[in-house]
Ligand binder design. Structure first.
Ligand SMILES: Nc1ncnc2c1ncn2[C@@H]1O[C@H](COP(=O)(O)OP(=O)(O)OP(=O)(O)O)[C@@H](O)[C@H]1O
Length: 447
């Protein structure tokens, strides 16, 4: 058993692509199958080496491991040999129509209310006409003659699926410059590299019909393959995701401070009835079943991912995050703040709050109370250094002195000390901030 994830290196991987990568990796792990990373770089115009590197970095960041990697650009002779076999059996035929001619034919068929399917005119040209076209300098490109019937398969996600081949144009498999198109390359690779399970996006359903037909023409057995087409992931507004826009790329999420474990847990459960929990890859794989993924399109929900990210971050140890924390941040600081951030990147702000300098808002209505608070602030001395009891000591004294309780007591203090309405327990922050910083901020807020 062997699976593959086959992205084209035409941009940054987005969460939709990642959904497929995660599904393949989990399915492979669950069943002890091989996992191939295939770089679909047959489109030389759009493929870029930097994106090949980016894909590997993004998948590694997610914690996904592949057993081998192949690039389609390095397998051209295999595709040429397959094309030769198809030519030999009469399934590949040369075409000379230009794009304009094809467009005119398509428009005519549409006006005649016929489906805009290629009319196979080139299948009927005589050898003389072909020689004439070539003598006129035309170089053919090659189409595959599809069968007449229906292709069916049992899809692990979509259930019984079918593609009616007569309603599809014969696909071009070889361009005039001799380069092969993805449709053929993918079939040759799946056959020759021993793939058994194809888990990919729903955008490939028609391709599956066509590719199964090509596969049979190449002597392959369609029943060797199991397919699962997962619905496409939409952005929060219900729009399409694109490798050309950065918004929901893995790189952007990584820079924003999303934890890979949270993202993998989120994507693994997306579109299933199970609530996402922060689980390890091994835990997710032990129960992963692609058949539980719903047929309906799924929408990316940043709030849900952030909630999961918060839970993941909360459970991370200082050792796990130490290299990603602001310079100087201590374990005490991490333990005080980790339950209060959606993303690790927010740590920079909290480190400024407790270990750096911020300017708290002036609280004109609270000047008297803040000066009273300053008065009641316990000393921080070598004999009695500030500790986790200092906060209670201070606020109890202040309560007695001011007669305030609850929000009226705590809110002006929080705002003065952190500049924020909410945040980690001040009991924990106070000893890290130290007397000088705390008294300075109380004075600033009261000035
Ligand atoms: N929005 C999406 N949701 C889920 N899967 C997707 C989405 N877009 C693409 N995929 C899947 O990602 C995998 C990698 O495909 P591919 O690299 O062709 O992505 P793409 O985003 O469609 O890019 P391109 O525009 O270059 O074709 C395929 O299985 C494809 O079906």
């Amino acid at each position: 058993m062997k699976l593959r994830f086959a992205p084209s290196p035409t941009g940054l991987l987005h969460v939709g692509n990642a959904r497929q990568a995660v599904a393949n990796a989990l399915h492979a792990r669950r069943h002890g199958a091989g996992f191939l990373l295939r770089i679909d770089d047959t489109d030389v115009e759009r493929s870029r080496e930097e994106h090949v590197q980016g894909i590997q970095q993004d998948l590694s960041w997610l914690g996904l491991q592949w057993d081998e990697m192949v690039r389609q650009s390095e397998r051209q002779p295999r595709y040429a040999a397959a094309a030769e076999r198809l030519r030999h059996s009469g399934r590949l035929y040369p075409c000379f129509e230009s794009e304009e001619e094809l467009r005119a034919k398509r428009d005519l068929r549409l006006r005649q209310r016929k489906p805009p399917v290629y009319d196979r005119a080139m299948l009927r040209i005589t050898p003389e006409q072909r020689t004439q076209a070539e003598a006129n300098g035309k170089v053919p490109y090659w189409r595959f003659r599809l069968s007449d019937g229906m292709v069916t398969w049992d899809d692990l996600v979509l259930g019984r699926s079918q593609v009616k081949l007569p309603s599809i144009s014969d696909p071009v498999l070889i361009r005039a410059d001799g380069t092969v198109l993805y449709t053929l390359a993918s079939v040759v690779d799946d056959l020759e590299l021993g793939i058994t399970h194809v888990l990919r996006g729903e955008d490939h359903v028609t391709n599956t019909g066509v590719q199964l037909d090509i596969l049979e023409a190449l002597g392959g057995r369609p029943d060797r393959f199991t397919f699962a087409h997962l619905p496409l992931l939409l952005d929060e507004a219900g729009g399409k995701l694109s490798k050309r826009f950065d918004g929901l790329s893995l790189r952007a999420l990584r820079h924003d401070g999303i934890e890979p474990a949270a993202l993998v847990s989120y994507l693994a459960r997306l579109g299933t009835s199970e609530d996402p929990h922060p689980l390890s890859f091994a835990e997710l794989a032990s129960t992963y079943d692609v058949r539980r993924v719903s047929k309906s399109p799924a929408r990316f929900d940043m709030r849900q991912l952030l909630a999961l990210n918060r839970r993941t971050t909360h459970h991370m140890s200082f050792e796990q995050v130490r290299d990603r924390l602001p310079a100087g941040a201590t374990e005490v600081f991490w333990n005080a703040v980790r339950g209060n951030v959606d993303m690790l990147s927010e740590m920079r702000h909290w480190w400024d709050v407790v270990g750096g300098s911020i300017v708290p808002p002036v609280q004109e209505d609270e000047v008297g109370f803040l000066l009273q608070a300053l008065d009641a602030l316990p000393d921080d001395s070598a004999e009695r250094p500030w500790s986790e009891t200092t906060w209670t000591e201070w606020t109890t004294a202040l309560r007695d002195a001011s007669g305030r309780t609850g929000r009226a007591l705590f809110h002006p203090l929080r705002l003065a000390l952190t500049g924020e309405e909410k945040g980690p327990e001040l009991r924990d922050l106070l000893p890290i901030m130290g007397h000088e910083r705390v008294s300075g901020r109380l004075r600033m807020a009261a000035s």
